[in-house]
Write a protein that binds this ligand. Structure first.
Ligand SMILES: NC(=O)c1ccc[n+]([C@@H]2O[C@H](COP(=O)([O-])OP(=O)(O)OC[C@H]3O[C@@H](n4cnc5c(N)ncnc54)[C@H](OP(=O)(O)O)[C@@H]3O)[C@@H](O)[C@H]2O)c1
Length: 213
């Protein structure tokens, strides 16, 4: 795998994903909705607002890309749902092989009262719709559902497991980026939907354990 496109590359997690991939020798196409700059070499920046870009627009921008990471978030319907669905369709049309979608812990499982109603139902409904769209695609996919995202430094200590099997928790954005990079490196993570929180295993061990369960 050589070229990875990251949607939401200017975001707190997306930026970390870009940096992590570049450190691993991957060429990155960094999608943002405004002009943006990355210091690292190996990053090509692209401006595309997911609420305004058509599937054809995105398809053209994804030419030559081997894998997509979707880490964008904004208006739940216009960005998290419809933006993701257009990115998925564009990736299929552009011949992108692999797609890693970041949604959120709480999709497809019972949620605590604090994460229900109003905004939360719209948010989780949008994320769920994006997951359904990806599973129905012809892409090789992995869906990551992190818990609450924290800006504390990564510890390379996470728990990864099937939907509904972990206590609702939190995880460092650095560690999410590390998991994204590891997932892109491993074909055995295709077709998996995993919850992700801070935990006790290294990223590689946690993926191995999730595959065994
Ligand atoms: N926050 C949490 O605790 C949490 C928990 C679980 C899962 N998640 C999910 O994890 C992912 C990363 O979250 P985060 O908090 O690190 O993200 P974030 O910092 O909020 O970044 C969101 C990214 O999406 C981009 N974006 C927003 N609207 C856009 C549009 N119309 N077109 C194109 N790009 C657009 C933003 O661009 P700008 O820089 O231009 O704003 C930014 O790059 C998201 O999918 C989020 O839903 C978050």
């Amino acid at each position: 795998m050589t070229v990875v496109a990251v949607f939401g590359a200017t975001g707190q997690t997306g930026r970390r994903v870009v940096e992590r991939l570049v450190r691993g020798g991957v060429d990155v196409v960094a999608f943002g909705r405004r002009p943006h700059v990355f210091e690292a070499s190996g990053v090509r920046t692209v401006v595309a607002d997911l609420t305004r870009s058509s599937v054809a627009d995105l398809e053209a921008l994804l030419g030559g890309v081997d894998a997509v990471v979707f880490a964008a978030a904004g208006d739940p319907v216009r960005v998290d749902r419809d933006g993701a669905l257009r990115a998925i369709e564009a990736a299929e049309r552009a011949g992108v092989g692999r797609f890693v979608l970041i949604t959120g812990m709480g999709v497809g499982r019972d949620r605590p009262r604090a994460l229900t109603g109003g905004f939360w139902d719209a948010y989780f409904g949008a994320k769920e719709a994006s997951e359904r769209g990806l599973r129905a695609s012809t892409l090789r996919w992995t869906i990551l559902q992190p818990g609450e995202l924290l800006n504390r430094p990564g510890a390379d200590r996470v728990d990864i497991a099937a939907v509904g099997s972990l206590p609702i928790g939190a995880v460092s954005r650095d560690d999410v980026a590390a998991v994204v990079a590891a997932v892109l490196d491993r074909d055995d993570t295709d077709g998996r939907t995993w919850e992700l929180v801070g935990g006790s295993a290294s990223v590689e061990e946690a993926i191995d354990e999730a595959l065994r369960r």
